[in-house]
Design a binder for this molecule. Structure first.
Ligand code: NI
Length: 188
């Protein structure tokens, strides 16, 4: 089932998400629905808070960007309760977007190399060194689990410059071809 994507401004995107336990109700279906939602909206990653569930669950399929980033070929992952250790590596500046902020793209500085620990959909443990663009996707998605979005990393001045666009997103004035949900700000 395709699910609506919660837009920037919705409070669920600002919560620190809870750990997922194996008895979480309907987990397999939720994971399948998140993949469907991500493919419908042509994203390469989706975190559970973006579909309104404040739990530590992320789906990634980086294969569509493999032409530009060969490391991403075949990288389809389910991350449950992921933990990132930042390893050595330069901070690289590169444009990012997010399904919760349609029509927006901003440069974000992130480290290139991380060590990732996570559980897969069968609750089996994994540890891997992840580099390059996939490491960027993982960091972006794991930010969502901490109640952060990528524009939290951009400068105050830059944020001021895109203020109007952000306000439009908060108030649901977006044009994108996937279903969205927003929480309008209360007017005084
Ligand atoms: Ni995002």
């Amino acid at each position: 089932m395709n699910l609506p994507v919660y837009l920037y401004g919705h409070p669920v995107l600002r919560e620190v998400a809870d750990d997922v336990t194996p008895d979480y109700p309907g987990l397999k279906t939720l994971i399948a629905d998140m993949f469907e939602t991500m493919y419908t909206s042509e994203g390469v990653g989706l975190a559970a808070p973006q579909i309104g569930k404040s739990i530590r669950l992320v789906v990634i399929d980086a294969d569509p960007v493999a032409e530009s980033f060969p490391d991403c070929a075949g990288k389809k992952m389910v991350l449950i309760n992921p933990e990132i250790d930042v390893l050595d590596g330069d901070n690289v500046n590169r444009a990012e977007g997010c399904l919760s902020l349609p029509g927006l793209s901003e440069d974000v500085k992130r480290v290139e190399n991380i060590r990732l620990n996570w559980l897969d959909e069968n609750f089996e443990e994994h540890e891997e060194i992840i580099t390059g663009f996939l490491a960027r996707i993982v960091q972006h998605e794991c930010d969502h689990l901490e109640g952060m979005v990528y524009i939290d990393h951009i400068s105050t001045i830059r944020k001021q410059m895109i203020r109007r666009k952000l306000l439009n997103i908060v108030e649901g004035r977006v044009s994108c071809d996937y279903p969205v949900r927003y929480a309008p700000r209360k007017r005084k």
